[in-house]
Design a protein around this ligand. Structure first.
Ligand code: ZN
Length: 285
């Protein structure tokens, strides 16, 4: 088993065992496991929807055109109840990551950064040298409020307090809150380290300018909503799907197609354009 998969499965196993151990006596271990699993799925799914589907393909690359109320609703719900991620600086960092991938100016990581350095950068990224996030929606009242540092502190205190009340135990709430954030760090490391180090994954396109790799196994693709298909994505960053072959499992694309069925999203012109060397007969969107 690949090291990144082993670490991912180990984090999930430790999280679930810790939930069983930390659950208060009135719940018992099995209810503790159930509540921990519900919190895990809730945070993972909401974060994937918010970061990979909406901020990434909807705003940063403008490949998908979402209903504006839906973008704002997911942004508020994720940041109030799930794992807080400041949206405006995320979009800016992501655009700089594409512009300067693995080189000076990439906030996530430069070529010489090792595992531990990249792990640190997931929490404290390099300072952005440019502002590429001046989109109208990022200047809207919702995004200005969500991006406010006081809002950030208030919602994190609130979401922890709410979890504490639901869990009925401080110890159990601490295990779920920090456990989920350790898993989020692993998801971040899949994108920033393991798919940007040439020793892992595979390449469809031999791009010299970056170290982007594709990782295609079930756990990383599901966990990242397909953002680990980095070599495909860096080669054609505006295409609305990150899998470039029918054989590549693409969980993120499944979720986007589901939202299209609900009328929440449609393709933009740039997002729907299949470049000639992508081996897809049709976009299937
Ligand atoms: Zn991107």
């Amino acid at each position: 088993m690949k090291i990144y998969n082993a670490i991912g499965y180990l984090i999930i196993l430790c999280y679930l065992l810790a939930c069983m151990y930390a659950a208060p006596a009135r719940l018992g271990p099995w209810d503790g496991l159930f509540i921990g699993a519900v919190y895990f799925v809730f945070c993972w799914f909401l974060a994937g929807l918010y970061l990979a589907d909406i901020l990434h393909l909807g705003i940063a690359h403008r490949s998908l055109d979402y209903k504006e109320w839906f973008i704002k609703a997911v942004t508020v719900v994720n940041n109030v109840f799930g794992i807080y991620v400041e949206p405006v600086s995320w979009v800016n960092r992501h655009r700089l990551h594409h512009k300067n991938s693995d080189h000076d100016g990439d906030p996530n990581k430069v070529d010489s950064d090792n595992f531990w350095r990249t792990a640190y950068l997931c929490v404290f990224p390099y300072r952005c040298q440019e502002d590429l996030a001046s989109d109208d929606i990022l200047k809207s009242r919702t995004f200005r409020i969500v991006g406010n540092p006081f809002f950030m502190i208030a919602v994190q205190v609130f979401s922890f307090y709410l979890l504490w009340k639901i869990a009925g135990s401080l110890k159990f709430a601490l295990v779920m809150w920090f456990g989920m954030r350790i898993f989020a760090w692993w998801v971040n490391m899949i994108q920033n380290y393991w798919t940007h180090s040439r020793n892992f994954g595979y390449r469809r396109y031999d791009d010299e300018r970056d170290n982007a790799m594709n990782i295609g196994e079930w756990l990383p693709v599901t966990a990242t909503f397909s953002a680990c298909l980095q070599n495909n994505h860096h080669h054609y960053p505006t295409l609305l799907r990150l899998s470039h072959d029918k054989s590549e499992y693409d969980f993120g694309f499944i979720t986007v197609k589901f939202m299209k069925g609900l009328g929440l999203v449609k393709a933009t012109t740039r997002g729907a354009q299949i470049p000639p060397d992508v081996p897809l007969a049709a976009l299937d969107f």
